[in-house]
Design a protein around this ligand. Structure first.
Ligand code: 4NP
Length: 181
């Protein structure tokens, strides 16, 4: 388990009482492969922990090519094989307001991190943005590899990375906000 921590960015008392959900956003390039999977897998972990109403979860892409589309059929198939449906999601583009609205923003790679920070030129909310794989116990180069132009193995690898890392992120947030189901 990594020793890195997440600081609470919503008043802990509000999160504890459930007055205000903790808003979490996952960002990749197209919002059709990695970040929709992260949204679905993280939500699954949250639901299983009995914390559904404590979180507001979304995903977005830095690019706009796939806006309005469902996730890539290969990513949907990989999710389905592991017992999860991400079929109902639709791609959207990340925007500057996301950096004010979401409390914790996790980007899939360094290029996404750069592009998200570019949406916040004053840097007022950059403290909300982290590399997703900072929380991976086996982080390699700290980036979730883009599976879009590759083979099925790439999608399976993304699932494994996203699944174990989402579990750590939920555990860190649960600790930070002292959440109990
Ligand atoms: P994602 O994958 O960022 O994980 O959604 C990609 C999807 C589409 C493209 C690139 C990456 N694209 O170039 O269209």
């Amino acid at each position: 388990m990594s020793t890195i921590t997440i600081k609470p960015l919503v008043p802990v008392e509000d999160a504890l009482r459930g007055d205000r959900p903790i808003r979490v956003l996952f960002v990749c390039l197209g919002n059709i492969c990695r970040s929709p999977l992260a949204e679905g897998v993280f939500r699954h972990h949250v639901d299983r922990a009995g914390l559904t109403d404590r979180f507001e979860i979304d995903s977005a892409g830095t690019g706009r090519w796939h806006v309005g589309e469902p996730p890539d059929p290969r990513m949907r198939g990989t999710a389905r094989d592991r017992g999860l449906s991400i079929d109902d999601q639709r791609a959207r583009q990340a925007q500057g307001t996301d950096l004010r609205y979401y409390d914790h923003i996790f980007t899939m790679d360094r290029s996404n991190l750069h592009d998200v920070l570019f949406l916040d030129p004053q840097g007022a909310n950059s403290y909300r943005v982290r590399l997703f794989r900072e929380f991976d116990p086996d982080p390699e180069d700290y980036q979730v590899p883009d599976p879009y132009s590759g083979q099925q193995e790439g999608f399976d690898l993304v699932f494994n990375i996203v699944d174990r890392t989402s579990a750590v992120i939920l555990s860190k947030l649960t600790d930070a906000y002292q959440l109990r189901a």
